[in-house]
Unconditional design. Structure first.
Length: 261
């Protein structure tokens, strides 16, 4: 199947097509030359699309931290292993910005400051904000520019330094385990169970395009959710179908959900 046919099948809009065409050229070109090829940072939905575009290509996705959502797509020739990605001079770098704890900065503050420097969103990975510090991932190419130019977030002064990837703090949340039963593993049933919503309200959220399954927006309430499926609902958070435990005497399905709060 040629490039244009693949793009026609996978791209959902013009923006997808531009991004995927660029990724196709970069990653297949790396394979032809037998050299490593690394993309920009991709959102979960974009990662799914590039896998659909190039299912025959052995791609690795690396975000710089095990729980990072944004990741670069990498083609590695047979003479390199995954250690290339996490090496000190690898394609992803980590920065720690420190500030006074009394200045309660947010993800938006840091992202806005980076964009204000003219940095493209695709060169920035996950941003993990804590009290008094923020760890964030960037492509190796823009690291020097970030270290030299990011001096503040909002009106708060920052002290920046590169840190090893293994020191990145990661996201700060708690996980709540929910046990429930559902009539089926339809998406609307799982959204209702995970976020405490009536099934009708869950179906409305899905129809409005506010629900994603495994990184892709889904508007089908009857879409089956597999074990391990990640459901995000705008304004409600994220749940994972951790376990399907069999059926009850009333023929309902016992499930275990992990809710991120």
């Amino acid at each position: 199947m040629d490039k244009e046919t693949k793009l026609d099948r996978v791209a959902e809009n013009g923006g997808d097509r531009l991004l995927l065409a660029r990724l196709y050229d970069k990653l297949t070109g790396a394979e032809r030359r037998n050299v490593p090829g690394v993309s920009c940072f991709l959102a979960p939905r974009e990662q799914v699309l590039v896998q659909r575009l190039l299912p025959e290509l052995p791609l690795h996705f690396f975000g710089g931290h095990p729980e990072a959502e944004r990741a670069v797509a990498c083609y590695l020739p047979d003479y390199l292993d995954e250690g290339f990605l996490s090496a000190p001079d690898g394609p992803v770098a980590a920065v720690r910005a420190e500030f006074y704890e009394k200045d309660a900065l947010t993800h938006r503050d840091f992202l806005g400051s980076l964009m204000g420097l003219g940095i493209k969103r695709e060169t920035v990975g996950d941003i993990f904000v804590d009290r008094g510090s923020c760890d964030f991932l960037v492509t190796r190419e823009i690291l020097p520019y970030v270290l030299d130019n990011l001096t503040s977030a909002g009106r708060t002064r920052l002290s920046l330094r590169e840190i090893p990837l293994e020191e990145v703090s990661g996201p700060h949340y708690s996980v709540k385990e929910l046990r429930d039963t559902v009539a089926s593993l339809r998406l609307d049933a799982l959204v209702g169970a995970g976020f405490g919503l009536a099934r009708g309200k869950a179906a409305d959220l899905i129809a409005a395009g506010k629900v994603s399954l495994d990184g892709l927006p889904c508007t089908k309430p009857d879409k089956p959710v597999p074990e391990g499926g990640k459901i995000s609902a705008r304004g409600y958070g994220k749940v994972i179908l951790k376990e399907i435990s069999g059926r009850t005497k009333k023929d309902r399905i016992s499930i275990v959900l992990e809710k991120y709060v």
